[in-house]
Ligand binder design. Structure first.
Ligand code: ADP
Length: 187
């Protein structure tokens, strides 16, 4: 089983690239953001808790998303491989993922990091707000908070994965096709 991880700040284009990659490589796309938004639209108890956090640009509790990932892996034993998108977002989540895979005698193959500047994050999210109608995309203060959260809690993962020799970085400011080509070379 192959395990790839798409990493990067909000708006870096992870979701866009993930769609192209799953079509090409038949991987199972696991976006914790999408899974959480599904809980919200189904009005589950978990969705209610998640909504308050997401709408303000804060992270959902580690234990919640870790459980979601475990369910996805357990529930898809026939998958060729997995492409995680938006997970892990904290060092604790990365450690949990490593432990989860180690328990199965497996490990993460590569972390593919799509990096863009904070100014481009703003531009991209403003553009997406006009298309996707996400509450967390529509308010500049909330976007600021997501960028801050990324730098504080998620960016330390770069070092975590570099130390483990799994980190591969791509400039996310170019054309979708060019980025896709570079990622394909890594996979
Ligand atoms: P983006 O990449 O634009 O930030 P996502 O769809 O990946 O969008 O995430 C939307 C929101 O869902 C995040 O801001 C956060 O509140 C929540 N979320 C998604 N994944 C995680 C995670 N792994 N840990 C905690 N919260 C998460």
């Amino acid at each position: 089983m192959k395990y790839y991880l798409l990493f990067g700040p909000p708006g870096a284009g992870k979701g866009t690239q993930a769609k192209l990659l799953v079509d090409k490589y038949n991987l199972r796309h696991v976006s914790t953001g999408d899974l959480l938004r599904k809980e919200i639209s189904n009005k589950t108890e978990l969705g209610l808790v998640a909504k308050a956090l997401i709408d303000n640009g804060n992270l959902v509790d580690d234990s919640i998303v870790e459980k979601m990932i475990e369910n996805e892996i357990d529930g898809n034993p026939d998958a060729v491989g997995f492409l995680f998108d938006g997970f892990p977002r904290t060092v604790a989540q990365a450690e949990a993922l490593d432990a989860l895979l180690a328990k199965r005698g497996e490990s993460l193959d590569k972390v593919i990091s799509i990096i863009i500047d904070d100014s481009l994050v703003f531009e991209r999210i403003a553009h997406r707000a006009a298309i996707e109608n996400r509450k967390d995309d529509s308010n500049p203060e909330i976007i600021e908070n997501r960028i801050k959260t990324y730098h504080q809690k998620t960016e330390p993962l770069i070092r975590y994965y570099k130390e483990r020799g799994k980190y591969f970085e791509i400039d996310g400011s170019g054309a979708i096709e060019d980025i896709f080509k570079k990622i394909s070379e890594l996979i």
